[in-house]
Design a protein around this ligand. Structure first.
Ligand SMILES: [Zn+2]
Length: 257
């Protein structure tokens, strides 16, 4: 597979190409990484400096693969995207500025001069559905697709536990207090390198006060009357669907993994 700042190269058959053929296309390769095996075949990523025209092919962002593509393929691409981003951003030592090189026996970049090692970064992010009986608290960020409401989410800061982060994010974004925090599940979120930890929490008090710039609307919605929701494969949607299913006695959804 090949990846540039424009996304992954794909054609009618998808994003996986014969490695030799891809290498003959005169692409501007920054580095190459082994990604593992997919359906019995070794997969490599060519991380490119820039996108180039390849006959019969186009460039496509990872999000479209997540929404529309085969999920197992998407997972390989999501992993490759994080490796590619990390390799691109760790060509030089963050401590002394020298060029770094790949270590062969583990996934790390190494600075020979000062011995610093850099590993692929994963940024934990808490995502939470706050509920109050038959109501769920959903909000809109200005970045969302028009009309869509979702759960609250935010990145952990140094020094915080997952629960500390969740309580702070909810307080900052909508100013309500929560209780009975329960972990539900997690999802890799390679945009560019998050790990979403999903929780359910019950409302404990306070009126909604929206955080300026971050939240353009936040409301309590009845489970029988929900607004447009996030894409079906996202953990945000899963948290909502799971609560609604339990509330209404319906079969529980499954989070794609
Ligand atoms: Zn160094």
């Amino acid at each position: 597979m090949a990846r540039s700042p424009e996304g992954f190269l794909f054609d009618a058959n998808g994003a996986l190409f014969p490695r030799d053929w891809l290498k003959r296309q005169g692409l501007d390769v920054l580095c190459e990484h082994g990604i593992g095996h997919f359906e019995g075949e070794a997969v490599f990523l060519l991380e490119l400096r820039s996108a180039a025209e390849v006959p019969g092919c186009a460039w496509q962002g990872l999000r479209r693969f997540m929404l529309e593509g085969d999920f197992d393929t998407y997972k390989v691409l999501g992993y490759a995207a994080q490796i590619g981003t990390w390799a691109r951003e760790h060509r030089f030592c963050g401590s002394c500025g020298q060029p770094m090189s790949q270590i062969q026996w583990e996934r790390a970049m190494h600075c020979q001069r000062c011995d610093l090692r850099s590993y692929p970064r994963i940024s934990p992010s808490m995502i939470v559905l706050v509920t109050r009986g038959d109501e769920v608290l959903l909000a809109r960020s200005p970045r969302f697709v028009t009309g869509v409401y979702s759960t609250l989410a935010g990145f952990a800061e140094p020094g915080e536990s997952a629960e500390d982060c969740l309580v702070r994010e909810v307080r900052e974004e909508v100013a309500v207090q929560v209780k009975n925090i329960q972990y539900v599940g997690s999802q890799c979120w390679p945009f560019p390198h998050s790990m979403m930890l999903g929780f359910h929490a019950e409302y404990a008090g306070g009126d909604i006060v929206m955080q300026p710039d971050e939240i353009e609307d936040a409301q309590w919605f009845n489970v029988h009357d929900l607004p447009p929701l996030p894409a079906g494969r996202s953990i945000a949607r899963y948290l909502i669907d799971l609560y609604v299913a339990r509330r209404l006695g319906l079969p529980e959804p499954v989070l794609p993994r």
